[in-house]
Design a protein around this ligand. Structure first.
Ligand SMILES: *[C@@H]1O[C@H](CO)[C@@H](O)[C@H](O)[C@H]1NC(C)=O
Ligand SMILES: *[C@@H]1O[C@H](CO)[C@@H](O)[C@H](O)[C@H]1NC(C)=O
Length: 219
């Protein structure tokens, strides 16, 4: 009897440790530009993206332009929200996590690769493919986009539960912020209403200037 209880406890505790995702060891999100130093005066934009969402894709070039233009005054933290109604959202998100453990800059290279060739991963275009065939497509795209050294990395990454767990954490994090569509933007912790979400550089400029300029003329 005692032995049974002991075994049960070992099993129970073991399962708990294995199941522990939340809180994660590191906060969720990919910083852009990678390694960018953020201080109290930096305006923080958080973007919630799905790699196979056309609206996320279209919103990236103007956001990227704004980040370039404003340099150290603005920084981006990108979160992933793989939407359940996009067939390959989860598996493409997982590829971004795999690459990120190796090279944070390459994450954004691969995201742009997915955006550029997004139609290859839409539900209709992959409905007759098996899961391994879709993964192979992703590995091939990643290799073509980032270089041969990523071939093995991506292949073995899909074999490793670590990347699967990080992707779950991303999903849970986005859900915990109440985000249910992509792209969704937060600026300094506050959500932009859909109607205020910039669709071009001018939209970002308007938002960022309104936060930067008063600070600049201070005293
Ligand atoms: C990381 O990726 C970037 C962009 O793809 C590349 O320029 C850089 O050389 C890579 N660094 C390493 C250590 O592989
Ligand atoms: C994936 O895992 C299986 C079983 O653990 C192993 O046989 C295979 O070599 C692994 N593949 C890669 C690319 O790591």
């Amino acid at each position: 009897m005692i032995r049974t209880i002991f075994l049960f406890l070992v099993f129970f505790i073991g399962t708990q440790v294995h199941a522990q995702l939340i809180p994660p060891a590191r906060p969720d999100g990919f910083a852009y530009p990678p390694g960018h130093r953020v201080d109290q005066d930096t305006i923080l934009i958080e973007a919630f993206y799905d790699p196979v969402c056309p609206y996320s894709r279209d919103s990236w070039p103007p956001l990227k332009q704004a980040l370039k233009q404003y340099g150290s005054r603005v920084s981006l933290l990108l979160h992933l929200l793989p939407l359940p109604y996009h067939d390959n959202a989860y598996v493409t998100s997982r590829a971004l996590h795999i690459v990120n453990t190796f090279n944070a800059s390459a994450t954004f290279g691969l995201l742009e690769g997915f955006f550029k060739h997004q139609a290859m991963f839409y539900g209709a275009q992959t409905q007759l493919l098996t899961r391994p065939e879709v993964v192979k497509r992703i590995v091939n795209l990643g290799t073509a986009t980032l270089g041969n050294s990523y071939h093995h990395l991506l292949k073995s990454g899909f074999n490793d539960t670590k990347s699967e767990r990080s992707t779950r954490v991303s999903f849970k994090y986005s859900a915990s912020r109440g985000v249910y569509g992509t792209p969704t933007f937060y600026v300094n912790g506050f959500k932009l209403a859909d109607a205020d979400s910039p669709s071009d550089f001018g939209g970002w400029k308007k938002i960022i200037d309104s936060l930067v300029l008063p600070h600049k003329v201070e005293r």
